[in-house]
Write a protein that binds this ligand. Structure first.
Ligand code: MSP
Length: 509
């Protein structure tokens, strides 16, 4: 039986249109999911939309729509974006679905039965924009007299009856969890921040609201709806089939943006412990993108949609850029200039040319078929050994979620391949030693196959094209096929470039 692997993205709020920031999380999770599938895992990859809460209700009203109609509309935009990005999700969850309401109700009842919920009333400062409460000490008061949260969101004083979850009892168990499972929260900066937050003590968490109704009703308390974060976090259980017979829980990785790591690494495991459920294995908080040096914001109106970028540069150049440009876990800046440079240098030049040079040379000088190689020289053996070592290097990098390192490892081999072809010069061997020329070409083909198979998770469409050109049948493209001999004599289709250089439209004029 295949080992199983369950990965999730955050579910996205439907109060605004999707943009490149949301795309980033989804692409990263997609690369990991595809990598694991090609490596023989039975993968469950969950994404979706977070559709309840006061903020969504308010956005729907502002758009003059009923919340359900509004969320239907925006949720489908998120799904369209995922499809445009070729995100290979197995399930797209919407928190307005019945299966999810069932899961929330079941979890709530479990917590209640375990004595972890009580009715009280809440007074405090609430920021609707963040869907979060703040301590007075966290707030600043502006010249306008308005109190604001550290995020800049205005807060208001709220007092209402509320159910509470006994979060305060979980500080010690959480600290023990972080200590016994050093990889539970990553990267290290996030772990330190969360640990010190928990060390400073936890207060019970208000988990229901009576001031609006767009949410999952609390069982037997119809005036209350569940706090949107409780509802949202539960999506990961719903996606696993909870409360059915054999849910595919726990998740191996919750991939999230750094601003919501705390919800996933504190509230969520505490609730799961309280309900007697297994805990996710890892929460990874990645960094944030700015666009051309600016934070993306509604007021600047600079949130980048993905479709125009795909139309202009191609999907795989965009996927590649986002994962290559900044170390996974850091913050970075999205600029058109860097995207174009990576596309032209690394995709068109380094990889595209290596493939194109090799394949067109084979088409012209080796009968357009997979050449039979002869005895290997030390140079051949050295580069083939580098290729053979690559899958394990990538497994290690992907397991650490060092996606940028995985790409760098692949590019080291590509650069070595370019050095090899320049140095061994098959065009010269053609005249001096045609048998040796065939061996060099066979080595290059093998190398390209390794590169193309291993790059599939990052650039699925282009690598499918490249593998077609290398004559690799669809059933020989997973990682288990690496290292099997190429079929000599197999005909190769006429070569065609996979990554055309990008030339600015102005430059043509
Ligand atoms: N609905 C909650 C998550 C609930 S998960 C149980 C939420 N949604 S969100 O739509 O506001 O943001 C979701 C995610 O989008 C962030 O965690 C982050 O992964 C991603 N990003 C949004 N803007 C981003 C950038 N500018 N840069 C990188 N990622 C960003 O929070």
């Amino acid at each position: 039986m295949k080992p199983s692997f369950y990965i999730t993205t955050p579910i996205f709020y439907v109060n605004g249109a999707p943009h490149i920031g949301h795309a980033y999380t989804s692409i990263a999770a997609d690369v990991i999911a595809r990598f694991k599938r090609l490596d023989g895992f039975d993968v469950l990859f969950l994404t979706g939309t977070d559709e309840h809460g006061q903020k969504v209700e308010a956005a729907a009203r502002a758009a003059g729509l009923e919340p359900q109609e509004f969320t239907d509309r925006i949720s489908s935009q998120f799904r369209q974006m995922a499809d445009a990005l070729e995100i290979s999700y197995d399930d797209f969850i919407r928190t307005t679905e019945d299966r999810h309401k069932r899961a929330c109700t079941a979890l709530w009842r479990k917590l209640e039965a375990a004595g972890q919920i009580y009715l009280g009333h809440y007074d405090g400062f609430y920021a609707q924009r963040d869907e979060a409460f703040y301590d007075e000490s966290d707030l600043t008061t502006g010249a306008d007299g308005i109190k604001r949260a550290p995020s800049g969101a205005p807060v208001e004083w709220v007092r209402e009856p509320s159910y509470f979850f006994k979060l305060s009892a979980f500080a010690e168990p959480l600290l023990a969890l972080y200590e016994q499972n050093p990889d539970f929260i990553q990267p290290l900066g996030a772990k330190r921040e969360v640990t010190s937050f928990v060390r400073s003590g936890l207060r019970d968490l208000s988990i229901s609201r009576t001031s609006f109704s767009w949410g999952v009703p609390v069982p037997d308390a119809p005036d209350h709806v569940m706090y949107v974060w409780i509802d949202a976090l539960t999506n990961y259980l719903t996606g696993a089939g909870y409360p059915g017979e054999a849910p595919r829980w726990p998740a191996d990785i919750h991939l999230v943006g750094k601003e919501i790591t705390r919800f996933h690494a504190v509230y969520w495991p505490a609730m799961l412990m309280a309900a007697g459920q297994p805990l996710p294995r890892r929460v990874f908080g990645h960094g944030w993108w700015t666009v051309e040096g600016e934070k993306m914001s509604k007021s600047l109106n600079n949130a980048l949609a993905v479709e125009p970028l795909i139309a202009q540069f191609g999907l795989d150049a965009l996927r590649f850029f986002l994962l290559r440009e900044m170390p996974f876990g850091n913050d970075g800046d999205f600029s058109r200039k860097s995207l174009i440079s990576r596309l032209n240098v690394e995709l068109a030049n380094d990889l595209g040319n290596l493939a194109q040079r090799t394949l067109s040379f084979i088409a012209k000088n080796a009968g357009g078929q997979v050449p039979a190689g002869g005895a290997l020289s030390p140079a051949d053996e050295a580069i083939l050994a580098q290729a053979t070592a690559l899958p394990d290097q990538l497994r290690a990098a992907i397991d650490r979620l060092a996606l940028h390192e995985a790409l760098e490892d692949i590019w080291k081999l590509i650069r070595a391949g370019n050095g090899y072809i320049d140095h061994l010069a098959p065009w010269t061997l053609k005249k001096t030693d045609p048998a040796r020329m065939l061996t060099v070409l066979a080595v290059l083909l093998d190398l390209l196959r390794t590169v193309a198979i291993l790059l599939q998770p990052f650039m699925p469409g282009s690598m499918a094209k490249m593998l077609d050109q290398l004559g690799i049948p669809p059933d020989a493209r997973d990682f288990a096929a690496l290292g099997t001999p190429m079929i000599t004599g197999a005909p190769l289709p006429p070569p065609a470039g996979v990554f055309p250089r990008y030339v600015e439209p102005d430059a043509c004029a």
